[in-house]
Design a protein around this ligand. Structure first.
Ligand code: PLP
Length: 280
């Protein structure tokens, strides 16, 4: 596998970052994950704009233009022969003497690599996934795609131990989002509901795309927070993310959502999302 680090394509095994890197020492960094289908990037403009937004929030100067980043991503897709997969990108504040304060002249570290997936043949999408709920233990700026992911690592581990594929995090009685996905429900009245953008959640790129597709498809949509009880009483529940597209949720805390089978709106939105990605 070939990775890209600070201007050079190198074998992944030879890609090295200093132990003094601020990403390693302070989680002083951000990342993006963009899906690849048919060898093409999906929703690249949305991911690049969120990347810029995250960089601005941390005060990191982005060292390349969006066009340059996309050119590297495309080259990585070709070199790694990725038909279905993702490109991971991480930008950190670079390597310097350990100090909470950054030095202005420290060059940032930028790394990219690819991963292969099989989106179109996904047993999870066919069967649906289980989620378990837990307290949201994260910080107050979840709208920044920070590499500080320990709360999500612990949430995912707890979910896996409970036999579930995702954790839904709950704050003040309301679901914020999944550990690595946006949370959505369909009410008994047929309205697709998800939490509005704020500092409490990451503005999901897949959610933005799905939202537009749902609206075009005539689905009633509403941005508001919902509780776990509302989700349990819903007609459907689902999650969205770059590397899962749309996944139907069939159980929450071991209790079935509706009849415990993937719902028609989740299935349809998944299909529309894939069609739109392939047509782009
Ligand atoms: N929320 C969190 C906390 C995430 O980590 C992710 C993706 O990894 C998402 C939501 C979904 O965002 P996107 O659709 O842009 O992948």
């Amino acid at each position: 596998r070939i990775a890209w680090i600070d201007g050079a394509f190198v074998p992944l095994a030879d890609a090295r970052v200093s132990v003094m890197d601020r990403g390693f020492l302070f989680a002083d960094g951000i990342y993006e994950v963009t899906a690849v289908l048919d060898g093409k990037l999906i929703d690249s403009a949305r991911h690049l704009s969120r990347l810029q937004r995250s960089a601005d929030a941390l005060g990191l100067t982005f060292p390349y233009t969006s066009e340059q980043i996309e050119a590297v991503e495309r080259e990585l897709i070709v070199r790694n022969q990725i038909d279905q997969g993702s490109v991971y990108l991480q930008l950190t504040a670079g390597a310097a003497e350990r100090d909470f304060l950054r030095k202005a002249d420290t060059p940032p570290t930028l790394v990219m690599f690819t991963q292969a997936y099989d989106y179109l043949n996904s047993p999870a999408a066919e069967k649906g996934v289980a989620v378990v709920t837990m307290s949201d233990l994260r910080w107050a700026r979840r709208d920044i795609k920070s590499v500080m992911l320990l709360a999500q690592v612990l949430a995912k581990r707890a979910a896996a131990e409970a036999g579930a594929q995702e954790a839904w995090m709950v704050e003040d009685g309301f679901v914020t989002e999944g550990a690595s996905s946006t949370a959505l429900i369909v009410t008994q009245a047929g309205t697709l509901v998800t939490r509005p953008y704020s500092q409490t959640v990451l503005p999901g790129c897949t959610r933005a795309a799905i939202w537009a597709l749902a609206e075009q498809d005539g689905v009633t949509i509403e941005e508001r927070a919902f509780t776990v009880d509302e989700a349990l009483a819903a007609r459907e529940a689902m999650l969205t993310s770059a590397t899962t597209f749309v996944m139907p949720i069939v159980s929450i805390d071991g209790r079935p959502v509706a009849d415990g089978k993937p719902g028609p709106i989740a299935r349809r939105l998944r299909q529309l999302y894939i069609e739109a990605a392939r047509a782009s």
